[in-house]
Design a protein around this ligand. Structure first.
Ligand code: CS2
Ligand code: MG
Length: 414
């Protein structure tokens, strides 16, 4: 028996906040798990510290499935992003430990390599076409072979997914620095939005991108849950001539039935799920083949154990994976994705936003990015080590995701 001796939550903010769980066994093996829930980080840290860590001590670290079920069914209150991120962190850490005990990189325990590397996509954006083209070129120079395209909308200053300045660090639009209110309070930045202006503008941008960069380059686009089914169908249809790899999160995530209308009216491939946290959130979408890609993140979907079940369920219906990999998934979470990406037969694509230098000093990862493909490396376990001293240098910094409003002030989906 490989007994769990202790577990600890580490909160660090090397440019943005990360919550990490470290589990240590009696024989001194350590495992890491990512528990970062962007904008609500401390809720998971407290859930882990107060309600999960006290249950772990003395358990057999090898019995991962049993621990997963114990934390999921035992709590009675199932699902939800906070609970599932906490369970995910325990699960990742236990897989890290198991692979270290076996002295293998984790993907070997998940079935071995199904491919030489995982096709990655990066985020290009621009407030106008010139900035967007520069950003696409920069991403191609960085080695990306697939690119997500987000664009400013004429008349709107702040649009989700569009870097506020050219050549930015690439993190800014996923983690807008909290706006300081009076008295030093952190508040979310507010954006404004008009769906009709967006629906008119986006196809003109894709037309320009295709004529500049040609037919081959795989292009993706994220709708960030802002459209009704009819609006999403209109966008999907108007983008058909530009042959997208996928249109992501076109309608609000909680309404699975909404995708039926979209599916019936467009052949543009559909991806959804970054805000989902359970395989049950996909039941209709997968069994009715309403989507082409599942977008879950290992960190928000109960860890490797649950994400593998989701991917296997999806595979039966010909649905592929496209795991969520923005910079708010830590290098630990991203490593877990890469081990799965390498092993799963129904892998589709992996989102890959590169972490900042400061983040990579805290989390040292064996990840490789070569010729557009990602590989988790050959280190045993997940392949990530946490520099505790470097982590301590970056104190938690309250920050929120933006809030989106229509031009008349109504709060809208984002
Ligand atoms: C996005 C994310 O990567 C994506 O597709 O939708 O940037 C998302 O907004 C953030 O991860 C939220 O934390
Ligand atoms: Mg997204």
């Amino acid at each position: 028996m490989t007994t769990i001796k202790s577990a600890e939550v580490i909160v660090t903010s090397p440019g943005r906040n990360f919550v990490t769980l470290q589990i240590t066994t009696e024989d001194g093996t350590t495992g890491l798990g990512d528990a970062t829930l962007n904008g609500r980080e401390l809720a998971v840290a407290v859930y882990l510290a107060d309600h999960v860590i006290p249950l772990l001590k003395g358990r057999d670290a090898m019995n991962i499935e049993d621990t997963w079920q114990y934390l999921y069914r035992g709590a009675y209150w199932r699902r939800g992003p906070v609970t599932m991120a906490a369970i995910a962190a325990v699960d990742m850490a236990l897989w890290d430990i198991k692979a270290k005990v076996a002295e293998l990189p984790l993907y070997q325990l998940l079935g071995g390599q199904s491919r030489t590397g995982a096709l990655a996509y990066g985020h290009a954006s621009g407030r106008d076409t010139e900035e967007l083209f520069d950003s696409i070129r920069e991403h191609q120079e960085m080695g990306y072979k697939a690119i997500r395209v987000q664009t400013g909308i004429p008349g709107f200053d702040n649009v989700y997914g569009v870097a506020a300045s050219a050549g930015g660090d690439g993190e800014r639009y996923d983690h807008e620095p909290a706006r300081r209110g009076s008295g030093g309070r952190a508040l979310p930045v507010e954006e404004s939005w008009d769906t009709r202006a967006y629906l008119r503008h986006v196809p003109t941008v894709f037309e320009a991108v295709r004529s500049e960069f040609g037919a081959e380059l795989p292009l993706l686009h994220d709708g960030h849950h802002r459209m009704t089914p009819r609006e999403a169908a209109q966008l999907g249809r108007s983008l058909e001539p530009y042959d997208l790899f996928w249109l992501e999160d076109c309608t609000p995530g909680e309404d699975q039935a909404a995708l039926r209308y979209v599916r019936d009216h467009t052949t543009t491939p559909l991806a959804i799920g970054e805000v989902f946290n359970s395989v049950h959130d996909y039941q209709t979408l997968i069994t009715e083949r309403l989507i082409d890609y599942v977008r879950s993140a290992v960190t928000h979907t109960g860890g490797i154990t649950h994400l593998k079940k989701l991917a296997d369920f999806a595979s039966i219906y010909g649905v592929k994976t496209g795991f969520h990999g923005p910079t708010d998934v830590s290098p630990v979470g991203q490593a877990a994705h890469l081990h799965l990406d390498l092993a799963l037969h129904n892998f589709g694509i992996q989102e890959y936003m590169q972490h900042s230098e400061a983040t990579l000093q805290v989390f040292q990862t064996s990840l490789r990015f070569e010729d557009g493909l990602l590989h988790p490396g050959e280190r045993i376990g997940l392949g990530v080590t946490l520099d505790r001293d470097a982590a301590r240098e970056h104190a938690y910094d309250p920050a929120y995701l933006p809030v989106n409003r229509l031009t008349d002030g109504t709060v809208h989906d984002w």
